[in-house]
Design a protein around this ligand. Structure first.
Ligand SMILES: [Zn+2]
Length: 890
């Protein structure tokens, strides 16, 4: 599964975004150490659906056998959620030896092996949680990960029960002309009364969370792919049959190309071949997540399928390619080898995120991809790791698993596996993954199984490394370099901060790629890898007559925070000379972070402040003038660190002061380098057409130039932005021009916002952008503006994309969310309370921004806490929201 991605953008800063009264209905705590195999096996399941939007009837026939690995029990416990059994038979006989235990159905079975049949009836149109089987725009679709299958029928809804599925669907042909499920279609037929049916069979045993069904009036973009062994695979991307906005079908070509690239890349890079004759993707507009890897039938949020240059930005194109890759790669890392229990979620997600990151890097600019991935990690996962919701990538307990689809499990999980790859090198790492797939194919495995396979296959000792799976918190590494007698000595020390439930930490192995630069030549003598394994360690390097300049954690070889004792001059040197693009970008970031944090803490006098600015200005000028850089990379180097990341660097964060200081630096850079930014905008305007990397790069720096100019010379920027908007032949230019205008007090703002709305009215994905641009803008009246947008006829709480588009970017704004009055916090608390009864999963995702109160100055912190307490006091809260709120108050 892919959580809805939130790219960190240079401006606007969108984010992913027990003092509590004791609840009488505290949901049970589920612990990893309590795992027990299920007492029964369910090798085969047949599902018979009689489809209807408001009433769907399901007859489930399970073959159940005693599991020799489980405890002997005559009770078959089947999970349910908001369903009741209509009919139960065992071996063809109606029985009465069953009972309900909470939501679970318990059936007593006398023998070793039985056929159990259960009939349920559900109302898909009334399912606003979008978990299980639900209606969306007249079609039926499913989302079962993590625990949605139990909302369809009673079943051991846990990932370690693997079954082969046969699915028969029947319904009115006019309403549901297309009937899709997992695997390959084996039969179809039709009746005289206008109903028709289809039967699908998936030969690969899978857990229930990978079940999928889609029925509706759909059209298909068809293509095919021939695998490395010559298997012909029919590919289909399905969208709603609609003619609005020219129809969605024409917007599926980029997704189709991405599927084919992903299939080929996985064969070449990981030796993984597709294993069915059919691979289908369906795009759905009402979807809680980004996309879902159901075997042979991926279901996607439309956001990660539909694109054309008129309506999608370059960032959208990249995100589609990444998410398509991610879900496809799950076919092996998730479907063929699945998870034993949900504590092992990072087994499939961390590994698959790494796979999609490597794929996107191979398809595009590798260094830029790495910088972007680290920016997301720092703006989303680092705050999680330092807050009340911190947890290891393999959590020890949960109350609601939906709350653990986090940046820690996904993004930090990927970094942890990436470190193994760095230590082993790509070839030995591949031997490890080959061994993993070969040893666990068809199994429900654990993170430990994965680590052991890499250990054996790659020949690494990962004994101490396992701490990365059990300890939460971002390690902090202090770095200094001494020089004496031709020898440079690198002194490293590490601390892992305490996190909830983990007051004391052990030192972790931290692989650090480094290079030592000669100050005169600007060159180094090769990169090295050192691994810090103790609390403190030193490493010596001889042959340096003069003190070298240290470049460390190159390529972000470890997901740690580096605190380096280094001069501004050395940072400026690295910002100009470092041949590792990530490290070069990092030197720029450090230069800015150090300056802004110094200014914010009051430790800079006027002279030091001016010197700091001059150093940053010189580094920026060098980047603007460096002819050896491509624009994609230049664009990265020009991005200032985000406000959330900056607030993480402060002991106590004052959001308004951080915002003002950062905007102040932006304005100073815009003023000092105005002529250069204008020239850059001009050059990029001429070059920014088409889909080449160079054109993408030109569009990226054009946006940057406009943003700096807007901070320095609003009048000039408004004119340039309006002209860019009018001349735009693509969404990237149009959106970035509008983004700049929304932050400026100019009549053009109103004109262009109206124009944008009229131009794209009815295209839900673009109207989502219209909401996001406004709710993340630098508009000083943001609070009133967001309240007005919530009353807009196009706003609805029922569509998760729309809810996220209005409110998630807002939670990253200093003048909105963090307004001194506390009004921004109240808006988000009101949202959570209103959304929770409808869609608890999406509601709970808005709790973490409020949960950061401990890191914010006391006045605002009290206001944030008060809103959390108000939510906690609500008479009825979902398990999802209850858990997030009570952990945030702890
Ligand atoms: Zn996933």
């Amino acid at each position: 599964m892919d959580i809805a991605r939130t790219p960190a953008t240079p401006d606007g800063n969108p984010e992913m975004a027990d003092a509590a009264p004791v609840k009488p209905t505290e949901p049970p705590l589920i612990r990893r150490e309590d795992y027990k195999p299920y007492p029964w096996r369910v090798p085969e399941v047949s599902l018979d659906f009689t489809l209807g939007l408001t009433k769907t009837r399901i007859r489930s026939t399970m073959l159940v056998e005693r599991n020799p690995a489980g405890e002997a029990s005559s009770v078959l416990r089947l999970n349910g959620d908001e369903i009741t059994p209509v009919e139960i038979t065992v071996d063809g006989q109606a029985i009465n030896s069953w009972s309900m235990d909470g939501d679970d159905l318990c059936v007593t079975l006398p023998g070793e092996s039985h056929e159990v049949q259960i009939v349920t009836e559900i109302d898909p149109a009334a399912n606003s949680k979008l978990m299980g089987l639900y209606a969306s725009n007249g079609m039926l679709c499913t989302q079962c990960e993590a625990e949605g299958f139990r909302r369809i029928t009673f079943f051991p809804d846990r990932p370690d029960v693997l079954s082969t599925y046969r699915v028969r669907m029947e319904g009115p042909r006019d309403r549901f002309p297309i009937l899709l499920s997992n695997g390959d279609r084996v039969a179809t037929g039709e009746a005289a009364d206008g109903t028709h049916w289809a039967e699908w069979h998936d030969p690969w045993p899978k857990p229930s969370y990978l079940f999928a069904l889609v029925a509706g009036d759909l059209v298909c973009n068809r293509d095919s792919f021939t695998t490395m062994s010559g298997r012909q695979v029919e590919l289909g991307i399905w969208v709603r049959a609609t003619n609005e906005n020219g129809g969605d079908l024409a917007r599926t070509e980029h997704a189709m190309q991405s599927v084919k690239h992903a299939m080929k890349w996985d064969e070449e890079t990981f030796g993984r071949e597709y294993d069915l004759d059919t691979f289908n993707i369906v795009a759905v507009s009402d979807f809680n997540m980004g996309a879902m890897e159901n075997k042979g039938l991926n279901v996607f949020n439309t956001k990660y399928v539909l694109a054309d240059v008129e309506t999608a930005t370059d960032g959208d194109y990249d995100a589609i390619e990444g998410v398509i890759g991610h879900e496809y790669f799950h076919n092996w890392s998730g479907d063929r080898v699945t998870c034993r229990d949900w504590f092992q979620l990072s087994l499939k997600e961390g590994f698959t995120v790494l796979r999609d990151q490597l794929f996107s890097a191979a398809m595009n600019s590798e260094p830029v991809k790495r910088i972007e991935d680290v920016r997301v990690l720092r703006s989303v996962q680092f705050p999680e790791d330092s807050g009340p919701l911190a947890h290891p990538i393999r959590p020890d307990s949960y109350r609601e698993i939906s709350n653990f689809y986090t940046a820690t499990v996904y993004n930090k999980g990927a970094e942890v596996i990436r470190m193994m790859r760095t230590m082993a090198g790509p070839e030995r790492f591949r031997k490890g993954t080959d061994l993993y797939f070969a040893s666990h194919d068809g199994e429900a495995a654990t993170c430990e199984d994965f680590v052991r396979s890499i250990e054996q296959g790659a020949g690494l000792d990962l004994g101490q490394f396992r701490l990365w799976y059990s300890q939460a918190g971002t390690p902090k590494v202090s770095v200094s370099l001494d020089h004496a007698n031709d020898t440079a000595t690198l002194n490293l020390s590490q601390t892992v901060p305490p996190t909830p439930g983990q007051p004391d930490k052990k030192p972790m192995p931290i692989p650090l790629r480094l290079a030592l630069f000669d100050r005169k030549t600007g060159k180094h003598h090769g990169e090295q890898l050192v691994t810090l394994t103790e609390a403190q360690q030193s490493f010596s390097f001889s042959g340096f007559a003069e003190a070298p300049v240290l470049s460390i954690n190159r390529g972000f070889s470890a997901p740690v925070a580096i605190d380096r004792a280094v001069s501004n001059d050395d940072l400026v040197f690295l910002a100009q000379h470092d041949d590792d693009p990530f490290a070069r970008c990092e030197a720029m970031q450090d230069l800015v972070v150090r300056h802004l944090c110094g200014a914010l803490s009051g430790s800079l006098d006027d002279r030091a402040r001016e010197q700091g600015r001059q150093a940053i200005g010189a580094a920026f000028a060098a980047v603007l003038g460096d002819g050896s850089l491509d624009d994609l990379m230049r664009g990265e180097l020009l991005i200032l660190p985000g406000e959330t990341y900056l607030s993480e660097q402060m002991l106590v964060a004052e959001p308004a002061a951080i915002h003002d200081e950062r905007e102040g630096l932006k304005a100073w850079l815009g003023t000092t380098l105005e002529a250069r930014f204008v020239a850059l905008h001009e050059r990029a305007t001429a070059a920014g057409h088409g889909t080449s990397a160079a054109a993408k790069g030109a569009r990226k720096v054009k946006t940057q130039a406009l943003a700096y100019l807007a901070a320095a010379a609003p009048g000039r920027a408004a004119g340039l932005a309006a002209a860019q908007y009018d001349a735009a032949d693509n969404m990237t230019d149009r959106q970035s021009a509008l983004m700049v205008l929304t932050g400026l007090d100019t009549p053009e703002r109103t004109h262009k916002l109206l124009d944008f709305y009229d131009r794209f009215k009815g295209n839900a994905l673009v109207i989502d952008k219209w909401f996001s641009l406004q709710s993340s803008s630098l508009n000083p009246n943001l609070l009133e503006h967001v309240k007005a947008l919530a009353e807009h006829p196009d706003f609805t709480l029922k569509n998760p994309n729309r809810v996220r588009s209005l409110y998630m970017p807002f939670t990253g704004t200093a003048q909105g969310f963090h307004a001194a009055s506390g009004e921004g916090y109240r808006i988000i608390a009101d949202l959570i309370l209103a959304l929770d009864p409808l869609n608890p999963q999406t509601a709970a995702r808005f709790v973490p921004p409020l949960g950061r109160w401990r890191r914010i100055e006391p006045g605002r912190a009290a206001l944030m806490r008060a809103q959390l307490e108000r939510i906690a006091a609500a008479p009825k809260l979902s398990r999802d929201t209850h858990e997030q709120v009570s952990r945030s108050l702890d």
